[in-house]
Design a protein around this ligand. Structure first.
Ligand code: G3P
Ligand code: CA
Length: 291
C-alpha cells in the first residue's frame, strides 16, 4: 500500500463523513508526545484566568494557555471561568447585596474594581479579572498561544460575533495567529459552529465526548474534540482520529483536566494529542510533552 492515505466515504444516519486511514507520517505523528496546555493559565500556582497565571505558565515554559471568555453588562469581554463572581473575587465585600453576582450583571468598570487574586493567596492580592484585550496583549507579549473557551454562550447571545470582532481589532486574525496561535472551543456545539461559519479559517474545538456515531457531524465544524479524561478510551481516541475536520486534517483530541502523573501517563498511552492541566509541569515531567 502506498504511503498516501486511503480514504473511504461512509454514510451514517443522515450525513456523510470522510473516514481516513492515516498516512505513514500521520501514523507516526499519532505517537508524538502530547501538547501540554496550561489550564486557565498556570492555575495550580497562580489565580486562574489572570495575567499572573499566564505569566506563570510562561515561566514554566508553556506556550499554550487556556482561558474562559464571558461578557459584562455593558458588553465588554472579560476572562473568568465561573458565570458568577463570588468564588474567585471579593465581590461580596465590594458590592454587598448584589447577589447572585453574575458576571453579566456587572459593568466592566465594576469588575475592574474586584480583587481576583487574594483568594489564591496573600501574595496575589491586587490581581484583576483581565479584559480579553488585556489578556490577548499579555499572551502576545509572552509569545504564547491561546486555547480560548467561549464560556456559557447561551447566557451571552451573539458573543461569537463580539469575540471575533475583538480578535480582529487586536490583530489576532492575521495569518500567523490563525494558523499557529489560536484555537476557539466551547461546550456549545452551536457556538463552535457559529465561529466556524463566520471565520472558516479558525481552528475550532468542541468540548465534550460526542457518541462515535455523531463524530462525522462534529467534524464538519470542529478540528478538535476535547473530552474530559474520565470519558475516553483508546477506542474513542482512535474513533476521533479516524475522521478529518473542516480543514482536511485528521481530527485531534485534547483532554482535560489532568493534574496528576498517573492520569497523564494513562491518557498519553491512549494516544491523545494534547493534555490540558492546572499543573502542566507535572504532566510534562510524567509524559514529556511539548510547547
Ligand atoms: O479546556 C477544558 C476545560 O477548561 C473545560 O472545563 O470547566 O474548566 O472550563 P472548564
Ligand atoms: Ca475552560
Amino acid at each position: 500500500m502506498s504511503a498516501r492515505a486511503v480514504t473511504a466515504t461512509v454514510t451514517l444516519v443522515g450525513f456523510v463523513g470522510i473516514l481516513v486511514l492515516p498516512t505513514a507520517a500521520e501514523a507516526a505523528q499519532q505517537h508524538d508526545r502530547p501538547v501540554v496546555v496550561a489550564h486557565r493559565g498556570g492555575s495550580g500556582y497562580a489565580p486562574e484566568n489572570t495575567l499572573q497565571a499566564i505569566d506563570k505558565a510562561d515561566k514554566l515554559g508553556f506556550d499554550w494557555v487556556e482561558n474562559d471568555v464571558q461578557r459584562t453588562k455593558d458588553g465588554r469581554l472579560v476572562v473568568i471561568h465561573d458565570t458568577h463572581l463570588a468564588r474567585t473575587t471579593n465581590v461580596e465585600q465590594v458590592f454587598p447585596g448584589r447577589a447572585p453576582y453574575n458576571v453579566r450583571d456587572f459593568t466592566a468598570a465594576e469588575i475592574a474594581k474586584l480583587d481576583a487574586g487574594r483568594w489564591k493567596g496573600a501574595k496575589f492580592t491586587g490581581a484583576r479579572i483581565p479584559t480579553l484585550t488585556q489578556y490577548l496583549d499579555r499572551v502576545d507579549h509572552n509569545h504564547q498561544k491561546l486555547l480560548m473557551e467561549i464560556k456559557a454562550p447561551e447566557l451571552y447571545p451573539g458573543i461569537e460575533k463580539d469575540v471575533l470582532r475583538l480578535l480582529g481589532k487586536e490583530d489576532w486574525l492575521n495569518r500567523d495567529h490563525v494558523r499557529n496561535r489560536l484555537v476557539i472551543q466551547s461546550f456549545s456545539a452551536a457556538s463552535v459552529r457559529t465561529v466556524h461559519e463566520r471565520r472558516p479559517d479558525i481552528t475550532t474545538g468542541f468540548l465534550g465526548t460526542p457518541a462515535k456515531g455523531d463524530l462525522p457531524r462534529y467534524a464538519r465544524f470542529a478540528d478538535l474534540i476535547n473530552p474530559s479524561n474520565g470519558t475516553i478510551s483508546a477506542g474513542y481516541v482512535a474513533a476521533v482520529h479516524a475522521f478529518r475536520g473542516p480543514h482536511g486534517k485528521r481530527l485531534k483530541l485534547f483532554t482535560w483536566t489532568v493534574n496528576d502523573a498517573a492520569t497523564a501517563r494513562r491518557v498519553a498511552g491512549l494516544g491523545v494529542d494534547g493534555i490540558i492541566s492546572n499543573v502542566p509541569d507535572v504532566v510534562r515531567k510524567a509524559v514529556g510533552g511539548g510547547e
